[in-house]
Design a binder for this molecule. Sequence first.
Ligand code: IMP
Length: 182
Amino acid sequence: MKIYFATGNPGKLKEVSEKFAGIGIEVMQLEDEYPEIQTSQLEEVVRWGLDWLWERHKVPLMIDDSGLFIKVFDAFPGVYSAYVFKALGCEGVLKLMEGVDPRQAEFRCCAGYIDGNGQVVVTGTVKGRIIHEMQGTGGFGYDPIFVPQDQKKTFAQMTVEEKNSMSHRGRAFGLLADKLRE
Ligand code: IMP
């Protein structure tokens, strides 16, 4: 079985391809990005994006919308994570968090699939904390500043397989794979 994954992010493509390779599904990149609607819910972004892409391509496809939710900032940047990352990067977020304690945060990933029968949408989360300085060179985005609960390494210090085994995206696409096999 082959499924398209619409993303321009090579890091996401690698993680999802590896996750699905384990269950015999080949993931192919669809280089088209949907416009992100203004809403506070990742799921609404995904449902709207799936319909938009389906109208254009009419092939079975998946997308994901993810975000970093920092507790002391009332879950900010959340749905604005991409904008904040472009504007501030990890360094900027660390600056905003200087002297801030506690440092709990959560990554959420909403993953969606669409074909002629309709949509399947699921969410995966991982709790953790924002550390005080960047560590690691792997992964992408906020990976160098996020350490998952009960772990010592940041996502940027893990292999793709390790990150997938506990990450928001690994969990979301694991759930999606289960639903697709039902
Ligand atoms: P989006 O899902 O592409 O909209 O991602 C929103 C923002 O969160 C982007 O700046 C991503 O780099 C960041 N992001 C999404 N997933 C991850 C992840 O697994 N690790 C680190 N940053 C992520």
